[in-house]
Design a protein around this ligand. Sequence first.
Ligand SMILES: Nc1ncnc2c1ncn2[C@@H]1O[C@H](COP(=O)(O)OP(=O)(O)OP(=O)(O)O)[C@@H](O)[C@H]1O
Length: 240
Amino acid sequence: MVLYATFCRGFSRPNSSHRRIAGNPLRMVLADFFSTSIVTRNDENQVLDPLIVCGPSGVGKGTIIAKFMEEMGGRDQFGFTVSHTTRQPREGEVNGVHYHFVDIEDMKQQIQQGAFLEFAEVHGNFYGTSLQSLRDVQDQGKRCLLDIDVEGVRSVKNIASEMLLEPKYLFIAPPSFDALKERLVGRGTETPESLSRRTANAKAELEYGTPQNFDSIVVNNDLDVACQDFAEAVRKMYDL
Ligand SMILES: Nc1ncnc2c1ncn2[C@@H]1O[C@H](COP(=O)(O)OP(=O)(O)OP(=O)(O)O)[C@@H](O)[C@H]1O
């Protein structure tokens, strides 16, 4: 409830043009009643429900999302919601672009202040999606694209209806567990310890990646095919 109140407060922009709340009639009435702009429309009058992308570490989420956004027109409709993390930046990662890199005390403080839609401690580090990062995307009239782990998906599912959000959930699966492990090794970012933590977590994450829990599942075997499948799944889910 505290989080909900924070969320409503955070998203309340009474004078904004994006306050044209939409969706089904009940949603519209409730959204107006609660004076929240979580449910918004863009200039083409389309509802801006978030896209939640999930999958085990190393499956290729970042790679597919980058191609979709940069090479397949994704950026016209979606804005990447930049997560916070307490892990160290990898080579080439830019603060504020790939992640907001923060230290652990800062992150804990912001969590306590209710600044996050969801957060989780994964592989010994905190990851989270701040309400501000969602607002930043919505202010551009775009749908939020979130790349979050299974715990994050569970958290969002628990609170989405309270917030009148109707996200679409897409899971990216590897062709096999061995292929996933090979990619993590090939990426060259993991220590032996972090590799075994990530692969151990992947087992439970793959079990959660079922049609019961996700609107769409894309298998990332051949990268180009997976990107096409991803774009097609997005088109179908949002009726674009
Ligand atoms: N279809 C594919 N075939 C082979 N390698 C791939 C494929 N897709 C991605 N990769 C490679 O796998 C590695 C992991 O990809 P990426 O970093 O995008 O995964 P991720 O799911 O975003 O991981 P994390 O959750 O840890 O950030 C990268 O080195 C990437 O180049």
